[in-house]
Structures are given as structure tokens and as C-alpha cells.
Design a protein. Structure first.
Ligand SMILES: NC(=O)c1ccc[n+]([C@@H]2O[C@H](COP(=O)([O-])OP(=O)(O)OC[C@H]3O[C@@H](n4cnc5c(N)ncnc54)[C@H](O)[C@@H]3O)[C@@H](O)[C@H]2O)c1
Ligand SMILES: [Zn+2]
Length: 377
């Protein structure tokens, strides 16, 4: 039996609004119309939303696939880039949907990376008090992370993702063939989150990722399909158990406490995946120093991340003095201590009754000083 005969892999995610499917398979974009109309037969009109890189590549194809099934579908594009994940673009898109006279029987198909998924998802969450959304993930970040879990929203001048809503999709479609057009550096950014999945939950997956890094970076569609399936299964399991992050979902924050601080201190010139890559290694060093994380774990992580051409140390460009301010402003800070997810070893999170524990900000800064500035990024 070959892959086509088997059809796409289906992973079910449970959410408060009911279960939804994530389909992963090469060539899936061609049958997008069929999958979408089968799952969401009550939607009469579709707004396909994509950024201006992805709209000409895949937005038109998804729109055509819906029209072939007899649906009314229109394409709405917005300028690509995180700087456009704003309330301004939300307003422009909702106005455009209103001008097109889309009603309560409409649905949104978000075709693109995490920016599109978050922005178009938030449009769907709020338009007419909420219409269905289908996520068609085209970046690795979207495939392994943002398309699953139901978080949508936009950035504000005060910070990223501060205005948004939980709006689980009705369906997620992932066609690994689209990685062909994704720039290599964008692929690497997404694989950082997949390495995180392996590091917190699945040692064999971690090893497999490290071994197939060259194929994954080069955009090999079969290797991408195998890895994306595993990441989707892992993320689906976590968010199905804990959609709103009171428990297990917290493990997904590994690498993100220091990662977010590094990202902010760099004025967002350090991309998120790179920041998380450095953050995971530093948090592992911290865990080792505290005697929580098995020694050698940080170097093991760094070795895998370097295979993805990701940074594992932070350059002297951001002095820890600046970082300190961002760490102290972390919403999880209490009395000079910040909550952090620490590994037991590669593949397992340390749990002492909670999935995260309090770490002194001073020792975090000390680790950054010791290990942070010894190589350029
Ligand atoms: N909702 C969540 O749970 C969640 C999780 C992780 C990240 N995010 C969000 O995701 C965003 C980052 O996502 P991203 O890295 O995908 O950014 P992105 O959506 O900006 O995509 C990165 C770039 O790749 C382009 N692109 C995407 N797919 C392509 C393809 N197949 N071929 C050619 N070009 C393609 C885009 O046009 C863009 O220029 C951030 O805003 C972050 O907050 C959300
Ligand atoms: Zn992340």
C-alpha cells in the first residue's frame, strides 16, 4: 500500500467546542475542497484569507478547490509579516468581509503560516460573534504548532498576542508539499518547536529529528510529513488534555521563559524559533546547575539544534542587564523568582507535583552570563 492509497493521516483533537480533525498528507491541497465541504457542510460562503506571499502560491488553489465543490469563495489578502498581525489588519479584513456581505453562514479558511492562522482565526472568532475557521498550515511553525490548539489573536504595541480569543478550528489541513516554496531559514524556525516536542515528551522523536535534520531543512516532503505527523500527535495529545493551560499544556512553554525575554530584549530582531532554541539550551543548563536536569542534557539539545542551523548561545549584543528587566516583567514572576519548565532529561519534563517550578532570576542571569555570550548568533 503506498501513501496515496492510505490517504492522509488523521489526528483528532478534543476541544471544549467539540473534536476536530487534523489531516496530514502530501497532495492534500488538491482535495481541500472535498475535505472542507464534507466536514463543514453548513457553510455557504468561504472567505479564504492569506498573506500576499502565500495568496498567489496557494490561496488561489484553495479558493478554486472550494469553487469546484460548488461553493462561493473569495480570496482576501493582507501584507505578509508579523508587523501586520494587528488590530488594524483585523479591522481591514472584517470590513472587507462585511463589504462582501458575508453573513452568519460564512466561514474562513486561513491559508498560511502562524501570522495568518492567528489573524484570520481572530477574524473568524469575532465576525458575526464567531464563524467557523479551517486552518490550512503552510509554514513549519503553523504545521507543528500554531494551527493546532485554538489560540488566535493579534499583537499590540504593548506586546505580542495580547488581544485574542480561543477559537478552535473545524478542520486543520497540512500538505507537506508546500514546504518546497518555504525559505530554508523559515523551515528551521519551525523545527525548533518540533525539537521542543521531542525534548519534553518523546526521546525517539528527538533522535529521529536530529538524524533527519538535513532532509527537513532541505524541504524533503516525505521526511517533513513523518515529522509533522509526530509533532501534531504530541501537540494534539497535550492540548486535548488541557485546552486552556491549567496543567499539562504548560510543558509547551519549555525554552520560552528565557526565549521570550531574549526575543524582547533583542527588540524582536531575534526570530522566535531562534530565541526558543537558545532558551531551551539555557534552561537546560540552569536545570543541570540546579541538579534537576541530567547532566549532559544541554549539550545534547544544543547538538540537535545546531543540526537545524539554529543558534544555541546568545551573543553579547544583549547585555543581561537588559534581559533582567524583561525577566522581572514576566507575568509568572513572584518575589524575584520566575516559573520555568525544566527537563528531567531529553524526552521528559521534571515534575515535582507541577509541570513548572520557581527559579531565582539571579541564577537565570548568572547562567546567561556564563553561557550566553561566548559565541555570536
Ligand atoms: N496560535 C498559536 O498557538 C501559535 C503558536 C506558535 C506561533 N504562533 C504565531 O505564529 C506566528 C509565526 O508563524 P510563522 O513563523 O509561520 O510566520 P508567518 O506566518 O509570517 O510565515 C513566515 C513567512 O513564510 C511565508 N510562508 C508561509 N508559508 C509559505 C510557503 N509554503 N511558501 C512560501 N512562503 C511561505 C509567509 O508569507 C511569511 O513571509 C507568530 O505570530 C506567533 O505568535 C501562534
Ligand atoms: Zn514558541
Amino acid at each position: 500500500l503506498n501513501e496515496t492509497e492510505q490517504g492522509p493521516r488523521r489526528v483528532e483533537v478534543r476541544s471544549a467546542r467539540g473534536p476536530y480533525d487534523v489531516l496530514v498528507g502530501r497532495g492534500l491541497l488538491g482535495s481541500a475542497g472535498q475535505h472542507i465541504t464534507e466536514r463543514l457542510p453548513d457553510v455557504r460562503r468561504w472567505a479564504v484569507i492569506a498573506d500576499d506571499h502565500v495568496a498567489p502560491l496557494y490561496g488561489g488553489r484553495v479558493r478554486a478547490a472550494l469553487e469546484e465543490r460548488g461553493c462561493d469563495a473569495s480570496l482576501f489578502a493582507f501584507p505578509a509579516g508579523e508587523q501586520h498581525k494587528t488590530r488594524g489588519q483585523w479591522q481591514r479584513l472584517t470590513d472587507a468581509l462585511l463589504a462582501a456581505e458575508l453573513g452568519r453562514d460564512a466561514g474562513v479558511v486561513a491559508v498560511g503560516g502562524g501570522v495568518t492562522g492567528d489573524l484570520a482565526g481572530f477574524v473568524a472568532a469575532t465576525y458575526m460573534r464567531g464563524i467557523p475557521v479551517v486552518q490550512v498550515a503552510t509554514s513549519i511553525v503553523a504545521m507543528v504548532d500554531s494551527s493546532v490548539g485554538g489560540k488566535t489573536g493579534v499583537d499590540t504595541p504593548a506586546g505580542k498576542n495580547l488581544v485574542g480569543a480561543f477559537h478552535p478550528p473545524g478542520l486543520v489541513l497540512i500538505d507537506p508539499d508546500v514546504v518546497a516554496t518555504l525559505p530554508r531559514t523559515e523551515r528551521a524556525q519551525g523545527w525548533a518547536e518540533a525539537v521542543k516536542h521531542g525534548a519534553i515528551l518523546d526521546r525517539p522523536y528527538f533522535d529521529e529529528l536530529a538524524a533527519s535534520a538535513p532532509e527537513l531543512l532541505a524541504g524533503d516532503a516525505d521526511a517533513t510529513e513523518r515529522a509533522v505527523r509526530r509533532s501534531v500527535e504530541l501537540k494534539a495529545r497535550v492540548v486535548s488534555d488541557d485546552e486552556r493551560e491549567g496543567g499539562l499544556r504548560e510543558v509547551l512553554n519549555f525554552g520560552h521563559t528565557l526565549g521570550h525575554a531574549l526575543e524582547a530584549a533583542s527588540d524582536y530582531t531575534l526570530p522566535h524559533g531562534s530565541a526558543v532554541s537558545v532558551g531551551m539550551v539555557l534552561e537546560a543548563r540552569l536545570g543541570e546547575r540546579m541538579g534537576v536536569t541530567k547532566s549532559g542534557t544541554a549539550n545534547h539539545l544544543a547538538g540537535a539544534l545546531e543540526r537545524f542551523e539554529l543558534p544555541t548561545t546568545f551573543s553579547a549584543a544583549t547585555p543581561s542587564g537588559e534581559l533582567e528587566g524583561y525577566l522581572r516583567r514576566d507575568k509568572k514572576v513572584r518575589a524575584g523568582r520566575v516559573r520555568m519548565v525544566l527537563l528531567q532529561c531529553v524526552g521528559e519534563v521534571a515534575n515535582d507535583g507541577h509541570w513548572s517550578r520557581e527559579v531565582a532570576i539571579d541564577s537565570s542571569l548568572d547562567v546567561i552570563d556564563t553561557y550566553g555570550a561566548d559565541a555570536g548568533v
